[in-house]
Design a protein around this ligand. Structure first.
Ligand SMILES: Nc1ncnc2c1ncn2[C@@H]1O[C@H](COP(=O)(O)OP(=O)(O)OP(=O)(O)O)[C@@H](O)[C@H]1O
Length: 972
């Protein structure tokens, strides 16, 4: 057999001998034809001959599956040159040629020996009858699957169409199969055997080690001039220094077309003729460049990875990677194009961390795209990342490069014998790594690339087809009809993803202030929730801790370690489950309120003294209205970093609640005490950043230099608001006189009404009516809102809905009994009417039900309690109809926080109010107080939601808390 094989080798291929014993053994095994065969041999080992020679010797036709048309073409041309009948059926074949081939295949004794097809063609319905016919007539001698690693999803070049070959195998019973690859680690080998349904195959696997290849890695960014460095490498590799003729040629691989052009230009400029080769060139130009390189007219081809597969050039003296290869397997294959003649050759990678980041991004993007397409993740998705990481390790390791490659492919450590930079000079490799590490730390700190990794995906070969698989432009499927549509979709997906990434990467996160070293928060550095600052979280933590303290009993130190760690857990729980800053804050408040609901009622004295002192220090509200069952909407918003008036802008602590502002006298009187307490606390053993911040609040509030002037200004504003002039009723006295005539007309001119109101709502009669119906103070507030919204308030649209709903839920959740938890039960009861002063009784008669009698509403917006405490109507008395004036008065009372000093808070509010009154006028029927109240409530609710949506917390503070609920109630 050996003699006849050798003779055939000589006759058909012109080789005297087999290239190796292995090659001979494989050929013999295939020729025997009793077993499937698996071949894993290094690049250039002569694998093709392993099926070509048996194909020539067999009677029938050998079907060869090959991934690329270009590769097929090379092989077919090569065989034709050897006068071996070979051809290919593919989508690019002219119809005439295809007919001829099919005619030959259909004949009783076909002349063809080798038929090359792509995996896509295997599945083509037009080819199926031909294949079945050949098989039925016993004319298929072998099935050869070249580049068989493409069948494995663990492989670096997975091609889904290769999976169809399993089906092909079942359709070709009795046809021996030969699978060939150069790059198959153990898991890939196993996968190949399974996918191709190889039955107990004979495996011929040789170590990947190629002793004639010298590997090294150069950190590109550390070079003063990388092109000069590359030029020197080229000259050395091609022995151009000696001035003699070049010894062979070389390949430089780049990832981008642009890089190909640049490198080729630079090398040529430096004196070595180099040409670029990439998919951006016309097909003719590409062929020409390849041809010139093959002939040695062009010494260096600077190409994307679309070049090389199937290019059979023996004297490639070097392969340089200007950019990182996408996996170690790919790198082995690409670099393996050097030294196919067995002579010493160089393989160099110019490594760059930035390049690594870009490729990493592309690979993950590609994985994401695939997952999106198939709708699920796969275990094998990891393979691309693992292989890429292996490539990075190859560059970054202080180890033998050959050993790294061998280990990757599951081989034993080879005897490198100085065939890599590490084995030659480990110190130099270490020095380079150390220098690179220092450099990367510096550059990381200095710069942040714009966009994802600061690169332009469109410039990459992967821009259209994933991460650098440009060679698959020449896939069989590459020219299909719906290719345009697919590409459009791909582009659209890419665009969407890019936009998503940019959106996610933008914004206030850049301003994220990192936590202090002693910050007790868990995941303190996390920026998962946009716009949620560490300070806000710490403040929430302090609220929780305080609530816990109240929950556990007032005797304990509110800042003890147990409550702190418990609060930390609680806070973290909320943090983890919240999607946005507002939801987080609302959830914290809910927790605080729940705890307070179930807290044991402390002795009032304690509350008044100790806890009240803490209250000042912590800027929270142990004994405040919060404990009375009212968490005002302003408090929900007060968790946000806020500015509480011009004087507070520079305040070191941003967390100052409206309550504090409303209690200037209390603060002033206790300022020194609190301040001294803070000093004592600071020196105490139980220290935490929360406490420190709490003290800082007290200090900042108490400091006359910092807050005195500003607070008084703000307080003045609030005090003015608290007076809450209701002179609007005067209008209704006037208005009533107009009422009859309007009722007669039964038609109200809303605009006219608006005009009348705008006169009333303008504090200064000189004020231009066009300058909005706002007081100067309100205008100031709005400008502040605007400023704040520019910096802080960026809400992702779909979050808005969710937040609104969540806040709505929180507001509508039946809250605790409005009985003050820190008061004895009887104390908390509303006083009997008989015990009330006449004024209070009078007030109560015309007010909406008291909060205490409406548990469900207890924690809603804290409107004027004077309004809410009224309405204890005699049970059996029929409801009296109200006059329009009374109705307006009721509504105005409900609007009280939004309507001060004869002015409305905003235009929207004014309009709603005007609309409501015009509705009353238009309707012309009398109604009971209850009806008016219900309508007023509905109006308020509507207004509340609109204000909630569009105004800042500061506005809320100003508008909604002009009267301290507690203060008024205490007065009562
Ligand atoms: N017995 C032989 N004697 C001399 N040259 C040979 C022999 N067998 C193959 N060759 C030559 O070796 C070169 C490499 O062969 P081939 O292309 O089949 O390698 P390969 O293992 O398929 O490489 P790759 O994995 O890169 O495709 C070719 O030029 C081929 O003509």
């Amino acid at each position: 057999m050996t003699t006849s094989l050798k003779a055939a080798l000589k006759t058909h291929f012109g080789f005297e001998n087999f290239r190796s014993k292995l090659q001979e053994d494989v050929v013999k095994a295939v020729v025997r034809g009793d077993r499937d065969v698996f071949v894993c041999m290094p690049t250039g080992a002569g694998k093709s001959l392993c099926y070509q020679l048996p194909a020539v010797l067999a009677e029938g036709i050998t079907l060869v599956i090959s991934p690329l048309i270009a590769l097929i073409q090379d092989q077919v041309d090569h065989l034709k040159n050897l006068n071996i009948p070979a051809c290919s059926i593919n989508s690019k074949l002219p119809a005439g040629e295809r007919r001829l081939i099919l005619a030959d295949l259909g004949s009783s004794s076909p002349k063809l020996k080798l038929l090359y097809i792509t995996p896509e063609m295997v599945a083509s319905p037009s080819f199926q009858p031909c294949l079945t016919d050949l098989c039925t007539r016993g004319l298929l001698s072998y099935l050869a699957v070249d580049e068989a690693h493409c069948v494995s999803q663990w492989g670096h070049d997975f091609r889904p169409d290769y999976l169809k070959l399993g089906g092909l195998r079942t359709r070709l019973p009795g046809v021996p199969c030969l699978a060939l690859t150069a790059t198959a680690p153990k898991n890939v080998q196993k996968d190949i055997a399974q996918s191709l349904k190889l039955s107990s195959p004979l495996s011929f696997v040789t170590p990947v080690f190629r002793s004639n290849l010298h590997y090294d890695v150069i950190f590109r960014e550390m070079l003063p001039n990388p092109y000069v460095h590359l030029h020197a490498f080229v000259k050395k590799s091609l022995a151009l220094d000696a001035g003699s003729n070049a010894q062979g040629c070389g390949i430089v691989y780049c990832r981008t077309r642009e890089a190909c052009e640049t490198v080729a230009y630079q090398l040529t400029k430096l004196g070595v003729l180099a040409k670029a080769y990439h998919a951006g060139l016309k097909a003719g130009d590409r062929t020409e460049v390849q041809h010139e390189w093959m002939q040695g007219k062009v010494l260096v081809i600077v190409a994307t990875i679309s070049f090389g597969m199937g290019v059979d050039k023996a004297n490639v003296r070097f392969v340089a990677h200007w950019n990182l290869a996408k996996s170690l397997a790919s790198y082995y294959q690409e670099s393996g194009r050097a030294g196919r003649d067995g002579l010493p050759s160089s393989c160099r990678t110019y490594y760059s961390p930035k390049d690594k980041e870009q490729l990493n991004f592309l690979i993950r993007q590609e994985i994401g795209r695939r997952q999106e397409k198939r709708g699920s993740a796969k275990e094998t998705d990891k393979a691309a990342i693992t292989d890429f990481e292996a490539m990075v390790s190859f560059c970054m390791q202080e180890a033998c490069r050959h050993a790294t490659i061998s280990k990757f492919f599951g081989d034993k450590t080879p005897n490198c014998a100085g065939a890599c930079d590490y084995c030659r000079n480990p110190k130099a490799v270490r020095a380079q790594l150390e220098k690179a590490s220092a450099l990367s730390t510096r550059t990381e700190a200095q710069s942040k690339p714009s966009g994802p990794f600061g690169f332009q995906p469109g410039l990459y070969e992967g821009g259209r087809k994933g991460y650098g698989f440009e060679r698959y432009d020449e896939w069989e499927g590459g020219g299909s009809e719906d290719d345009g549509a697919n590409r459009k979709k791909e582009f659209s997906d890419l665009f969407k993803n890019q936009m998503k990434m940019r959106k996610a990467g933008e914004g206030p996160r850049e301003d994220f202030a990192p936590p202090d070293a002693d910050c007790p928060l868990r995941e303190a550095s996390s920026q998962r929730i946009p716009r949620l600052t560490v300070k806000a979280r710490e403040h929430c933590l302090s609220l929780l801790q305080e609530a816990l303290h109240g929950h556990q009993g007032a005797e304990e130190d509110p800042f003890n370690c147990d409550t702190l760690s418990l609060a930390v857990d609680l806070e973290h729980e909320v943090f983890k489950s919240s999607k946005s800053s507002n939801l987080y804050k609302a959830a914290v408040l809910k927790k605080v309120s729940e705890m307070k609901k179930t807290a044991p009622a402390p002795a009032r004295g304690n509350c008044d003294n100790e806890a009240e002192a803490k209250e000042e220090a912590t800027a929270s509200s142990s004994c405040s209205d919060e404990l009375q069952g009212f968490t005002s909407a302003s408090e929900i918003y007060s968790m946000k970093r806020k500015r509480v008036g011009a004087g507070q802008r520079g305040s070191s602590n941003p967390f100052v609640t409206a309550k504090e502002l409303l209690k200037p006298s209390m603060l002033d009187s206790k300022g020194t005490e609190s301040g001294s307490e803070s000093n004592t606390d600071a020196s105490s053993a139980v220290t935490s950043c929360i406490r420190a911040r709490a003290n800082a609040v007290a200090a900042s509030l108490n400091s006359p230099t910092k807050t005195g002037k500003a607070l008084s200004k703000k307080q003045q504003k609030l005090a003015e608001a608290a007076k809450s002039s209701r002179n609007i009723s005067q209008y209704f006295v006037k208005k009533q006189t107009m009422e009859k005539s309007q009722e007669e007309e039964m038609e109200v001119d809303e605009e006219e009404l608006d005009a009348t109101f705008s006169h009333i709502t303008t504090a200064d009669p000189q004020e231009d009516s066009k300058s909005q119906e706002h007081s100067p103070e309100l205008i100031l507030v709005e400008s502040e809102i605007e400023e704040e919204s520019k910096t802080d308030v960026i809400i992702i649209p779909d979050e808005v809905e969710e937040e609104a709903l969540e806040l709505e839920r929180l507001q509508e959740t039946p809250k605790e009994s409005t009985t003050e938890p820190n008061k004895p039960a009887e104390e908390a009861k509303p006083p009997l009417i008989s015990e009330m002063s006449d004024d209070v009784k009078a007030n109560r008669e015309s007010s909406p039900p008291a909060k205490r009698s409406r548990p469900a509403d207890g924690r809603r917006v804290t409107f004027n309690p004077n309004v809410q405490e009224r309405a204890l109507l005699p049970v059996n008395e029929p409801p009296k109809p109200v006059t329009l004036k009374e109705a307006a008065d009721i509504v105005v009372r409900y609007l009280d926080p939004f309507y001060t000093q004869g002015k409305f808070a905003n235009k929207e509010l004014f309009k709603s109010f005007a609309r409501y009154l015009s509705h009353l006028l238009a309707e012309g029927r009398s109604r009971s107080k209850g009806q008016v109240k219900a309508e007023a409530k509905a109006l308020i609710k509507k207004l509340f939601s609109s204000v909630k949506r569009c105004e800042s917390e500061e506005d809320w503070m100003h508008l909604k808390r002009p009267h301290s609920c507690k203060t008024t109630e205490n007065k009562e």
